[in-house]
Design a protein around this ligand. Structure first.
Ligand SMILES: [Zn+2]
Length: 644
């Protein structure tokens, strides 16, 4: 090992969130670059984790009647489980409730204090409790409502510790200007520069409004502000303040990967904290874009925040990993659509890659009885493959290192295409007709097999399982050996003389029309909100208005022959009398209902149930569809009265 290290982090995810493709995206990207760096011989530390403190967790736990830590212990599994499903190779998983983390937070807070950067004062502002955010007057909507959740905020004044962030504005600006890679991509960098140039204010870094957090050292009335707590995870996970071995080895981080919405916290709050505590700054913070789903912003009310586990069940883990990183440039916003996903699977994966492997395996089986032939006779066409391989490996390395995953994958597919083209040009099926060309035929097929081996190396960071499957079919053993960037691109290292493994289709083609129809049905039946509860669809008032509800008095009631569920009711609706059939026979004896005043949906289309006419529907409460309690109105309500 050469001692090269690579440290990369995802943000820590808010533990009570339900994971969606945005979370999956960030984490898969970090996984791909981590796997690539490991392959190239780097000593990698890949960190992800969960943010578990704050008022929202405290409130959510209260609602369920459990302790915040118990809630966190339950819901953390949503993330930990998803990372397993997505084949994420993180080396560490930090939870902000870990003792090691709390120790590190107290230590950095004390360091900042020792350096004279923490003082006590009062904080006053408009506070949104659900969002745990203070808002300025200008940010508020009408009625002092919160711009993000639209709920009413309240004016709050509380004692608070402050961090002298203003002191570090100039130093931070200089650092950003001297280090071109500190904030990526470029457009985001300019945003942050102008934010700092407007002048940094001191930052309120403690709260007394809730308890669930890390207490301020020597003043337990206060808990440390969630961002100070959360950001420290990047060093606490390395044992900062406890056991410095990993900290010394991996810090400063090569990359903090974040969504663009939290870039400011990572490029202003975090580095100024570090400057104050005398800790080196991370090398680079990369802000990626957001996903929309089928052209719409993901949101609770639309219920379109797609569950990545569900996606993996439908399409397979590698297809999802591929799509997320192939479809859009990492720094930009992208749209998730099933159509686009199916096109990628059918085009890139089943057609280009799958066919390359299939047709090659087929020919080696046919012409060489499944044994890898030797490379013994060069041809003019081979040069193109050599040159393409050389260039693609160089490009892929550069693109992955710059987080241009879509370009890296496009380069790989250039190689896949050149191999397909090579087969067409060398026409092995024609060579096979001439016994004198057997050597050349073997060399051609060897070149393609070796090319596929090289493709499997490049694919591995993105589609680890597919890379393994390809290697198994090539008969090379599925395990990849850690190597160096240089050795990785050596061509013709595939051994010959061994038997190929069993041929298997990598990505079966998907019938687009059938699949889209199937998905639509599944999605309609499985809509969930942010807390995992089934979504109740909202309707306009105009829809509700169309329904006519009336008070009705039961005149007569009897069982319907041959049915143990249905009762036949004769009812008085004021202006008219009607007959209604109701499925409540298991909950009521007929005589129990006579004389009661009930609620009727009066404008329902008449229907026949077990041959009996029913003109309307009686409303009842039921939790299981079997046991019913009818909605009863007081006797004083006249039959025919409207219910609004
Ligand atoms: Zn809010």
């Amino acid at each position: 090992m050469t001692g090269k290290t690579f440290y990369i982090t995802t943000p820590i995810y808010y533990v009570n969130d339900v994971p969606h493709i945005g979370h999956a995206y960030t984490t898969v990207a970090c996984d791909a670059i981590s796997r690539y760096k490991r392959l190239c011989g780097f000593d990698v530390c890949f960190l992800t984790g969960t943010d578990e403190h704050g008022q929202k967790i405290e409130q959510a736990a209260d609602k369920r009647g459990i302790k915040p830590k118990e809630l966190a212990d339950q819901v953390v599994q949503r993330f930990a489980g998803l990372w397993e499903t997505l084949n994420i190779s993180n080396d560490k998983f930090i939870r902000t409730t870990d003792e090691l983390h709390k120790k590190a937070v107290r230590k950095i807070f004390n360091k900042m204090k020792e350096n004279g950067d923490i003082y006590i004062d009062h904080y006053e502002g408009w506070y949104c409790t659900p969002c745990e955010t203070y808002l300025t007057e200008t940010q508020l909507l009408d009625g002092n409502c919160c711009p993000s959740c639209r709920r009413e905020t309240s004016k709050l004044k509380e004692p608070s510790y402050f961090f002298r962030m203003s002191k570090y504005g100039d130093a931070l600006l200089k650092h950003i200007q001297d280090n071109k890679d500190f904030i990526k991509p470029e457009s985001r960098r300019n945003e942050i520069i102008s934010f700092i140039k407007d002048g940094l204010r001191d930052l309120s870094v403690s709260r007394v409004t809730f308890k669930w957090g890390i207490p301020v050292p020597d003043d337990e009335e206060h808990v440390i502000y969630v961002w100070i707590d959360a950001l420290t995870n990047y060093i606490s996970a390395l044992g900062y303040g406890e056991d410095d071995e990993d900290f010394t080895k991996f810090w400063p981080a090569d990359y903090h990967v974040v969504g663009k919405d939290i870039l400011r916290f990572h490029t202003v709050y975090w580095p100024t904290m570090l400057l104050s505590a005398g800790i080196e700054l991370p090398k680079s913070v990369f802000a990626h874009g957001w996903w929309t789903v089928e052209g719409q912003k993901m949101s609770k009310s639309l219920g379109n925040a797609i569950d990545p586990t569900w996606l993996v069940e439908k399409f397979g883990v590698d297809a999802i990993r591929y799509f997320l990183l192939r479809e859009v440039p990492f720094g930009l916003d992208g749209d998730f659509s099933f159509k686009a996903l199916i096109h990628r699977i059918n085009g890139d994966l089943a057609n280009d890659l799958g066919n390359l492997l299939n047709r090659t395996m087929g020919m080696v089986n046919r012409y060489f009885d499944g044994t890898v032939p030797a490379y013994s006779e060069a041809g003019a066409e081979d040069k193109t493959i050599e040159e393409t391989a050389e260039r693609v490996f160089k490009d892929v390395d550069e693109h992955i290192t710059n987080m241009a995953f879509n370009k890296a994958l496009a380069s790989m597919w250039e190689f896949v295409s050149s191999l397909n083209k090579y087969i067409d040009e060398t026409a092995p099926w024609a060579l096979a007709k001439d016994e004198a060309k057997k050597e050349r035929l073997g060399s051609v097929l060897y070149t393609v097999l070796d090319g596929i081996r090289m493709v499997s190396l490049l694919l591995y960071p993105f589609m680890p399982t597919t890379a393994e499957k390809i290697r198994e079919q090539l008969g090379t053993g599925k395990e990849l050996v850690k190597t160096s960037t240089q050795d990785l691109r050596k061509i013709r290292t595939l051994e010959s003389g061994h038997k190929l493994g069993e041929a298997e289709q990598l990505f079966p083609r998907i019938d687009e029309k059938d699949m889209l129809e199937f998905l639509k049905q599944e999605i309609d039946s499985e809509k969930k909100d942010d807390e995992g509860q089934p979504v109740v669809e909202e309707i306009d008032f105009s829809h509700f208005e169309k329904m006519t509800l009336k008070a009705v008095k039961v005149l007569e009631c009897e069982k319907i022959d041959k049915s143990d569920k249905l009762l036949k009711l004769q009812i008085d609706m004021g202006s008219e009398k009607r007959q209604v059939v109701s499925g409540i026979a298991k909950s009521y004896k007929p005589e129990e209902l006579v004389g009661k005043t009930l609620v009727l949906v009066a404008n329902l289309k008449p229907a026949k149930l077990m041959g009996t006419l029913s003109e309307g529907m009686i409303l009842s409460a039921t939790s299981d569809g079997k046991n019913h309690r009818v909605l009863e109105l007081p006797d004083s309500v006249e039959p025919g009265t409207d219910i609004k």
